[in-house]
Design a protein around this ligand. Structure first.
Ligand SMILES: CC(C)(COP(=O)(O)OP(=O)(O)OC[C@H]1O[C@@H](n2cnc3c(N)ncnc32)[C@H](O)[C@@H]1OP(=O)(O)O)[C@@H](O)C(=O)NCCC(=O)NCCS
Length: 233
């Protein structure tokens, strides 16, 4: 067996040795670490001036979470670091997806997904949505992000694939929805998600557009890992 120190990589951006990335997924009812919420806060909340309490969502217990972990190696110590996160939850049968953004009282409001309520919508590629009943079970991706120093390594793609596969395993053939920050649309498009409807502002966060993707058979285990080596560009 190859000793673990041989597999460590020098990360020239953080100037530290890192172990290779590992993907994890868990939930519903996941026991999430402080490192998971630290990463979520650093990537998605802190840059917008939100308080640390905004890192938690009211229904985190109900969601499936996926994340990428690495160990930072400093002298003899190994510190677990989460570099990419994401979650997916089942949209309740009596909901069309509207929800509060965080647990805070003054949380922003995230709008619903109209095709879950009314038939007759088309997406940005000209595909007609099936009737609302055929879109159920419907699931929603939220809180996807990769630490800036670790982007463009395939981590978010790995997290997203794990969430999509986890949803199909948990809830069966289903339809995925999400509200993408406009800067993240090219990422989701690269993973075969399609935009629909007009852009809208989520207060305190910015301009968004809704996207969807039919989710079917989970892919083979190998296809759920898409990392490229750290340190490469
Ligand atoms: C969007 C985000 C999650 C992508 O994370 P990532 O780990 O860098 O994404 P990946 O490396 O898995 O990217 C896979 C593919 O998506 C596309 N992509 C990713 N980021 C992109 C960007 N900024 N511009 C254009 N295409 C992009 C590319 O096709 C990429 O493949 P390539 O690197 O071989 O060209 C990351 O930029 C991020 O955390 N942004 C800030 C938070 C955020 O906006 N989250 C989404 C909220 S809806």
């Amino acid at each position: 067996m190859i000793p673990s120190w041989v597999r460590m990589m020098w990360d020239r951006r953080s100037h530290q040795f890192m172990t290779p990335p590992r993907v994890h997924s868990s939930g519903p009812g996941a026991n999430l670490s402080a490192a998971y919420f630290d990463a979520r806060y650093q990537i998605l909340r802190e840059p917008l001036g939100f308080p640390p309490s905004a890192a938690k969502l009211p229904d985190d217990d109900d969601a499936i979470h996926a994340w990428i972990e690495m160990n930072q190696v400093e002298q003899a110590e190994r510190k677990v670091m989460v570099v990419a996160v994401g979650r997916i939850h089942l949209i309740p049968a009596d909901s069309t997806g509207a929800c509060a953004d965080t647990v805070d009282e003054k949380a922003a409001h995230c709008p619903d997904f109209p095709p879950l309520g009314t038939h007759g919508f088309s997406d940005g590629a000209g595909n007609d949505f099936p009737p609302p009943k055929s879109l159920r079970p419907a699931v929603q991706i939220r809180q996807m992000g990769t630490l800036e120093n670790h982007q463009r390594k395939g981590h978010a793609a790995t997290v997203l694939t794990n969430l999509e596969d986890g949803a199909v395993e948990q809830w069966g053939k289903c339809t995925g929805f999400l509200q993408a920050r406009v800067a993240a649309i090219p990422f989701y498009e690269s993973q075969n998600w399609t935009c629909f409807g007009d852009k809208y502002v989520v207060e305190g966060i910015g301009l968004h557009r809704s996207m969807w993707k039919p989710l079917n058979v989970p892919l083979s285990p190998d296809s759920s890992i898409q990392h490229r080596p750290e340190g490469d560009n």
